[in-house]
Design a protein around this ligand. Sequence first.
Ligand SMILES: Cc1cc2nc3c(=O)[nH]c(=O)nc-3n(C[C@H](O)[C@H](O)[C@H](O)COP(=O)(O)OP(=O)(O)OC[C@H]3O[C@@H](n4cnc5c(N)ncnc54)[C@H](O)[C@@H]3O)c2cc1C
Length: 246
Amino acid sequence: MLFSLKKELIEKEIVFLFNTNIFKINCNDNTLKVINGKRITIIKWREKFINCAGLYTDKIAKIFGLAKHYIVLPFKGSYLQTNKRILNTNVYPVPLLDSFLGVHWTIYKDKTKIGPTAFPVLSRENYHLFENIKINELLQSVIYNLILAIKNDNYRKFALEEMKKYIGKNIFQQGLNLVEFDKEVIEDFKPSEPGIRAQILNTKTIKLEEDFIIEKTDNSIHVLNVVSPGFTSSYPFTKLIVNNYV
Ligand SMILES: Cc1cc2nc3c(=O)[nH]c(=O)nc-3n(C[C@H](O)[C@H](O)[C@H](O)COP(=O)(O)OP(=O)(O)OC[C@H]3O[C@@H](n4cnc5c(N)ncnc54)[C@H](O)[C@@H]3O)c2cc1C
């Protein structure tokens, strides 16, 4: 489906630049500097720059003088996976009254995953133990997680629940509350590649934001806290942005 979407967009003269990093933005004259390998290109945007840069949306929004009280506080989600498809559909729990989805089953063509965990990490791309640690992000993560743990009762409860997932087969226990399986099926699961969620913390209220945040200037739109859109809801959400902000 995504390949067809890309094809359709290319036919409408949309240009995709993969493996290309925006490293400088000049908001006053609508230009970006991007780098691909050693090649630097300057791009000028005509009307609106739309920032949907996931883990870096806050940093980009701040260049435009926005997102003053927001920072991304990264949480790693780890999964267990079997190379068999053992269900016919995804299975999700009823959402909790906080911004995390809870353990769910996800199916792919030839595999099944259970998870995720939601564990604070030291940097935005800290997928494995001490990988990609940046000092400023590390300090931000440690300080704000401590403040959250001290000030926010729900966060402390949430942190304790998350720690339990790392003990024994607790993550399965939560999955088995949704679907019943024999023990042999579960023994087949192995850890799979984790993901990191671009969760926004409001540094004024010391709360994790639970909804999309959209901010704009005359020449830009910034979409923050896109933590769980669901593929189907991403289309109406895009329409909302185009109709109300572009
Ligand atoms: C563990 C985990 C579990 C999840 N489970 C679910 C789920 O069950 N259901 C659900 O609906 N959602 C789920 N999500 C959330 C979902 O994956 C995200 O909400 C979604 O991917 C966000 O899409 P996005 O396009 O906003 O950001 P991203 O997919 O993060 O894309 C941002 C893009 O911007 C690029 N970028 C950033 N900075 C720069 C720069 N300076 N220059 C150039 N490019 C840049 C990045 O490389 C990336 O390609 C989960 C996420 C995680 C981590």
